[in-house]
Design a protein around this ligand. Structure first.
Ligand code: FPP
Length: 248
C-alpha cells in the first residue's frame, strides 16, 4: 500500500499510565487496565484509518510478572477477555494479530487463543498488530544469540558469518521494517527493556498523557512531529535525498 512518506510504516508503543489514570479517579488499578484496553481499540482504528501498516504494543513485560499477584491475575483475565471478544472483529478488519515474547508463563487458555489468532491467515492484511507479551528486549537478544549458537553447533553457520544481518534475522519482528516511530505515554522517558535492537534508529516521542486518555488528536500530534523530523541514519543532511515538497 502506498502512503505519504510522512507516515510511519511501523509504530511501536509503550502504553503507560493505566494505574495512575485509575488512581486519579480513586478507582482500582485494574479499572485503569480496562480503560487501557479501550485505548488499544482507539490506536488500532487510527492505524487502519491512516494506513499505518504495522503496530507493535508493549502489553506485558517480562518484569510485569513481579507485580502483585492480584494485578497480574486481573491482567490475565483482561487479556483472555480481549482475545475472546476482539479477534473476530480484528480479522474482519483485516488485522493480523501476533505475539512476541516468552509466553510459557501465560495460562494455557491464553496461549491457546494466542496461537489460534496467529494462525488466522489473511491474504493481504491492512495492519500487522504485534502484542509484546512476556517480552523483554534483552531476552530477545539472548534468544537470538542462542539460535545462532545452535546453528553453529549444527554446522549450518560459521562464527564469522554472525553479523548484524544474521543476528537481526534471529530477532523478533525480523519480518517487518524496524519501527520508525516510538511513542511512550505516561510521562516516563525510558525504553524499559522494550525493543532494544529494533529501536536503534527509531524516532522517540514521549507524552505525559496517560494511556487511557489517548485519542486521535494526540496521535495526530505525534505523527506531525515525526513528519517534521529529519532522519539521517548517521549521515549528514546534504547526503539525504531532497524531501518532496508536500512532505515539508
Ligand atoms: C502500563 O500501565 C500498562 C500495563 C502494564 C499493561 C498494559 C495493558 C493494557 C493497555 C490493557 C490491555 C491490553 C491489551 C493488548 C489487551 P501501568 O500499570 O504501569 O500504569 P502506571 O505507570 O500508572 O502504574
Amino acid at each position: 500500500m502506498s502512503h505519504s512518506a510522512a507516515l510511519p510504516n511501523h509504530l511501536a508503543v509503550i502504553m503507560d499510565g493505566n494505574g495512575r489514570w485509575a488512581k486519579q479517579r480513586q478507582r482500582p488499578r485494574t479499572l485503569g487496565h480496562r480503560a487501557g484496553a479501550r485505548a488499544v481499540r482507539t490506536i488500532v482504528e487510527y492505524c487502519l484509518k491512516r494506513g499505518i501498516p504495522a503496530l507493535t504494543l508493549f502489553a506485558f513485560s517480562s518484569e510485569n510478572w513481579n507485580r502483585p499477584e492480584d494485578e497480574v491475575g486481573a491482567l490475565m483475565r483482561l487479556f483472555l477477555r480481549v482475545l475472546e471478544s476482539e479477534v473476530e472483529e480484528l480479522t474482519r478488519q483485516q488485522v493480523h494479530l501476533r505475539f512476541i515474547g516468552d509466553r510459557s508463563r501465560f495460562p494455557e487458555g491464553i496461549r491457546a487463543r494466542m496461537g489460534a489468532a496467529e494462525a488466522i491467515r489473511l491474504p493481504s492484511p491492512k495492519l500487522t498488530l504485534t502484542l509484546a507479551a512476556g517480552y523483554g528486549g534483552r531476552a530477545d537478544l539472548a534468544q537470538a544469540a542462542r539460535r545462532l549458537a545452535e546453528r553453529v553447533q549444527a554446522g549450518t553457520l560459521r562464527p564469522d558469518q554472525i553479523d548484524e544481518a544474521t543476528l537481526g534475522e534471529a530477532m523478533s519482528l525480523a519480518d517487518l521494517p524496524p519501527p520508525d516511530l516510538f511513542i511512550r505515554t505516561g510521562g516516563e522517558h525510558r525504553i524499559s527493556n522494550f525493543l532494544l535492537w529494533q529501536l536503534a534508529y527509531t524516532e522517540l516521542w514521549f507524552t505525559d498523557v496517560l494511556w487511557p486518555d489517548l485519542d486521535d488528536a494526540l496521535l495526530d500530534t505525534a505523527i506531525a512531529d515525526f513528519a517534521g523530523r529529519e532522519r539521517r541514519f548517521g549521515l549528514i543532511s546534504e547526503q539525504l535525498p531532497t524531501p518532496a515538497l508536500e512532505a515539508r
